[in-house]
Design a protein around this ligand. Structure first.
Ligand code: SAH
Length: 379
């Protein structure tokens, strides 16, 4: 197995290196499989159904406060909950945009690492954008997260808890628009999910499992986005969980992609797109190609044609759609979003080749909560 955890050429600050060797996040219910839960109950000296009760509160009722778990014996309630649901995400700051329909949360993890998640409510759906790593090792030069390097992988429960938090806020009516249901999860926050495969697939399993084993979400409403770690894309296709796959392509040619997505020097455009196509074949799910539109860098009409040709070479049965993301500004970057007329022409050329194409909204950009803006700094 190849080590794809980091291609960041900059050495990590010493403090991060030290953290890597340190203790793991406290074990949490969401880290446990059904069998492991039974063992955990035994270790607690409690009957197995106690853990099931806690799981019902956590996944079914989105409840984490022992005071509200009145079916647990009062004497041991706090101890059981502290053991099974230790606090993993400490809220540091919340920022709102779109009149409260977009909420960005900054969390501090047990070891001081900072991560962010962004909840976006639309008329028909509510989406939580979760982080899977503190920082990111992929070093894409246009992405704020990529500039800071990788601190560490997040645990399954640290990922799941971002979703449970968002689902709870929606259910309790804490997001503008009244009570509602969290319908979608996108792994498009900080980190490269495929470089933290085990924890990410564990989190996906908890999300799709019906209560009390999980959140009962639909796999198709979960999107895993990757820079194109080909072996992991192949592995994901074989999991039998048909999540939506997004491939961050950003250029149809290796010369430019080597610069924009440095891991391209390991797995080329052709290899990444082929793995995406295989994913679509195996899962019957349409794959998303993510393409940040960067003025005069990757937005030329000829590149639209080339992108269309590359995708079309795998057939035109609708296996793919292109999602163009107007580049969101990041500190110190000299790049900006494409001109509207260039963006329109890019869309027109793709559509002309029969490729379904959408332009993503830039939700949260005014609170640095949009794609590529998550840098998790405390102020
Ligand atoms: N590491 C994963 C998931 C996180 S990023 C991945 O790269 O796919 C989610 C999406 O935002 C990716 O498509 C990423 O390329 C894109 N993105 C990063 N920085 C951006 C920026 N400044 N403007 C617009 N999109 C950006």
């Amino acid at each position: 197995m190849e080590d794809v955890s980091s291609v960041n050429p900059n050495p990590l600050p010493l403090v991060f290196e030290q953290k890597r060797g340190r203790a793991k996040p406290p074990r949490h219910l969401a880290d446990l499989t059904a069998e492991e839960r039974t063992a955990a109950a035994e270790a607690l000296g409690e009957p197995a159904f106690r853990v099931k009760q806690v799981a019902n509160h956590y996944y079914g009722r989105l409840e984490r406060d022992p005071a509200n778990m009145t079916d647990l014996p009062a004497a041991s309630r706090d101890r059981i909950v502290a053991e099974l649901l230790p606090t993993l995400l400490n809220p540091i700051r919340t920022m709102e945009a779109d009149k409260g329909a977009t909420v960005k949360n900054l969390w501090k993890l047990f070891d001081g690492a900072l991560v962010e998640s962004v909840l976006m409510r639309y008329s028909e759906r509510a989406t939580i954008c979760v982080s899977s790593q503190a920082g990111c090792g992929m070093a894409c030069p246009f992405c704020a997260t990529g500039q800071g390097g990788l601190q560490r992988n997040m645990s399954t429960a640290e990922i799941v808890d971002q979703v449970v938090d968002a689902a709870g806020k929606m259910a309790r009516g804490e997001v503008a628009g009244g009570p509602g249901r969290l319908s979608n999860v996108v792994f498009m926050g900080m980190g490269e999910p495929m470089a933290n495969y085990k924890a990410v697939i564990g989190a996906v399993r908890r999300m799709v499992a019906p209560a009390p084993d999980g959140l009962g979400m639909s796999a198709r409403n979960i999107t895993v986005s990757t820079v194109g770690l080909v072996p992991r894309m192949k592995q994901l296709a074989d999991e039998g969980i048909p999540v939506t796959l997004a491939l961050s392509l950003h250029a149809p040619d290796d010369e430019l992609r080597n610069e924009l997505v440095p891991i391209n020097t390991r797995w080329s455009v052709h290899e990444a797109v082929e793995a995406a196509w295989e994913y679509a074949q195996k899962t019957k799910r349409r794959v998303s190609i993510e393409y940040a539109m960067i003025k005069d860098i990757n937005d030329q009409a000829w590149r639209a044609d080339l992108l269309g040709d590359v995708l079309q070479s795998y057939g035109d049965w609708g296996w793919v759609h292109v999602n163009l993301i107007p580049l969101n500004p990041t500190p110190g970057s000299m790049w900006t979003a494409s001109r509207p007329e260039d963006e329109r022409e890019f869309v027109r050329r793709l559509v002309a080749k029969g490729i379904p194409t959408t332009v993503r909204d830039t939700r949260g950009s005014d609170i640095d909560g949009a794609c590529g803006q998550l840098a998790a700094v405390e102020v």
